[in-house]
Design a protein around this ligand. Structure first.
Ligand code: C2O
Ligand code: CU
Ligand code: CU
Length: 600
């Protein structure tokens, strides 16, 4: 079993480095090496019986309408020896699963306790761009960011992760992220398993490599599979229909999901919600950023075991995970191999189990091709000699033959446009293309209809080498000329190195600033000095506030409040006594005015 051998390798490495402190003769060295090898074999032997598997960690849950998320640097004991420096949200790896109810307005208190800036992107959510957490919504260290939005997404699995340009791979590698499960009336009425951690199991798939002293290497492919942050994960599920909600949170690898007994399983969702009906499959290729929910019928199988595996040995070379590089930055132990994702032990049935796969799920209505206002053609290509930042060097992958430039808006999309995006790849490699703001429907892959299991709402689509994919989407609800939405390859390495673009959705009520006539908004703060709450008084009732930032005297942001609700005031109760500033950005002109206040 590959992952087990790999753990053996860490052990050898860890012991081997401990001898560096002594000066030894070649013979002593030889003897030491022999002893270490013997010792390691014993360790492996004991490991393969008692310690073969680790129990799957099920992330904690948060529900309601207000969510407190603290992003921090932390440590986790992943392999024997040194702890691994990790990043987590309210946790020492990864973060809580957030339960949203469609129709609710959710409010986030995102506190960045990292030593670095970061962002937190709500992947798959339809929300205003200023709340989106893309590369433009940077949260400096120590700052509380408070986005909020009305949940309009369908029931399904979504996620959140850092999106700081050129740092996404680093920060995702640390383990920062979390799942979102949206519930709605349609899904809730169906006879589906939904007991979290019992018959409804979240699975976050990643792989990591460990450098010396057990630290994560920031590399596109890891040597060891981690399921919910656990190596060699094992879990007991009841003897009934079990729902697995899978996210591919890897940097680059796709996982070709299947089961060791070759069984059929049922795909019930795509990224953005339910399919019309379950689709029976024996393999499902899940690419970086994608989610899928599957049903596995374990009724009557109590007492048996099976493995959920990635059958990556059969992947084409041009699919992420299908290559087998012997050396260099892409070398990895799991390349083009089959390996375990989760050992499943089937235990007793629960009360009121689901024991049958439903025959239908919902009725999706997708926009028709004829309703599109236009078709945008985008190219995905290998380098045209454009030099990128680091690893890819002169071989960066490109969208529309240019590297990402955060100052350049690639597309202006009129609010309510329905558009066809045609992604034409001449790249030698497959790229999981992701777009923010919308869920789309795949019209065609190379001119033919997409397979049944892709005939749902999507926000990531794997565009294979030399393939043309056409999707359709409607850009509704949120126009904002200031903050763009992103589209990019979800392989974080490719994205960081420039395989990304951005668009703004423009509406009639988002007039662009006239720089000749800035009109800073008049405002005053009350009470001032204050103890706990600060209220903003706007003499001109037509002023709309786009952004409020509260800073200390050095200009360091403490609070970032996109489109704040001014009625309820700004909570400054946790501030130390002193002088602070409020920067207020006017929605129409985008000009900023500043007022001082004193916290008592
Ligand atoms: Cu999950 Cu722009 O990303
Ligand atoms: Cu996204
Ligand atoms: Cu890519």
């Amino acid at each position: 079993m590959p992952t087990k051998e790999r753990t053996g390798y860490f052990v050898i490495q860890g012991l081997a480095t401990s001898q560096d402190h002594y000066s030894t003769t070649p013979f002593q060295n030889y003897m030491k090496t022999a002893l270490i090898a013997l010792f390691t074999l014993c360790l492996l032997a004991s490991r393969s019986s008692a310690q073969s598997y680790n129990t799957l960690w099920i992330p904690d849950t948060l529900s309601g309408k207000t969510f407190n998320l603290t992003i921090k640097d932390t440590l986790k004991q992943i392999i024997p020896g040194n702890q691994t420096i990790t990043g987590g949200i309210n946790s020492n790896f990864w973060g809580p699963t957030l339960f949203f109810t469609k129709g609710d307005t959710v409010r986030m208190n995102v506190l960045n306790k990292l030593n670095d800036s970061t962002t937190l992107h709500w992947h798959g959510m339809h929300l205003p761009a200023v709340m989106d957490g893309g590369p433009h919504q940077i949260i400096p260290p120590g700052t509380l960011w408070q986005p909020f939005w009305k949940v309009t997404n369908n029931a399904g699995l979504y996620w959140f992760h850092p999106h700081l340009h050129e740092k996404t791979e680093d920060q995702i590698t640390k383990g920062i992220g979390g799942l979102i499960i949206v519930r709605d009336a349609v899904e809730s009425a169906l006879p589906l398993p939904r007991r979290y951690g019992i018959d409804d199991i979240p699975l976050v798939l990643t792989d990591r490599s460990f450098a010396s002293s057990n630290q994560f290497s920031v590399v596109p492919y890891g040597d060891s599979m981690m399921t919910n942050g656990v190596l060699r994960a094992q879990y007991t599920v009841p003897a009934q229909v079990v729902r697995f909600r899978l996210l591919n949170a890897a940097i680059e690898r796709s996982y070709n999901i299947g089961f060791s007994d070759g069984r059929t399983f049922y795909v019930i969702t795509t990224d953005g919600g339910l399919l019309n009906a379950p689709v029976a499959v024996t393999r499902f290729l899940l690419s970086a950023g994608e989610r899928v929910e599957i049903l596995v019928n374990c009724t009557g199988q109590a007492g048996t075991t099976l493995d959920m595996k990635a059958y990556n040995s059969t992947l084409a070379n041009a699919i992420p995970g299908g290559e087998n590089f012997p050396g260099g930055p892409f070398a990895n132990f799991l390349g083009k191999k089959d390996f375990n994702i989760l050992r499943l032990t089937i235990g007793a049935q629960t009360s009121s189990p689901i024991t049958a796969i439903p025959s239908s799920l919902t009725t999706n209505t997708f926009p028709s091709a004829s309703s599109a206002a236009l078709t945008r053609s985008l190219t995905l290509t290998d380098s045209t000699g454009v030099r990128s930042v680091t690893i890819l060097g002169p071989n960066a992958f490109l969208i529309n033959r240019r590297l990402f430039n955060i100052k350049f808006i690639d597309y202006q999309i009129p609010l309510n446009n329905t558009e066809i995006w045609e992604l034409k790849s001449t790249s030698g490699f497959a790229h999981p293309f992701h777009i923010h703001d919308v869920q789309f429907y795949i019209l065609t892959r190379n001119g033919a209809a997409a397979p049944n299991y892709e005939q749902g709402w999507k926000d990531v689509v794997l565009v294979k080498s030399n393939e043309t994919v056409r999707f359709i989407a409607k850009f509704d609800d949120y126009a904002d000329a200031t903050h763009p939405f992103m589209y990019h390859c979800h392989i974080s390495l490719h994205e960081d190195e420039g395989m990304m673009g951005q668009f703004v959705v423009t509406g009639t009520n988002t007039a662009v600033q006239d720089p000749s006539a800035p009109r800073p908004a008049e405002f005053s703060l009350m009470p001032n000095p204050t103890n706990d709450k600060l209220y903003i008084n706007l003499p001109d009732a037509t002023t709309e506030v786009y952004y409020v930032t509260v800073t200390n005297v050095n200009g360091r942001p403490l609070l970032m409040l996109p489109q704040p609700d001014l009625q309820s005031g700004i909570d400054v109760s946790s501030f130390a006594p002193g002088v602070y500033f409020v920067q207020l950005m006017d929605k129409r002109t985008k000009s900023v005015s500043i007022r001082k206040f004193i916290k008592q």
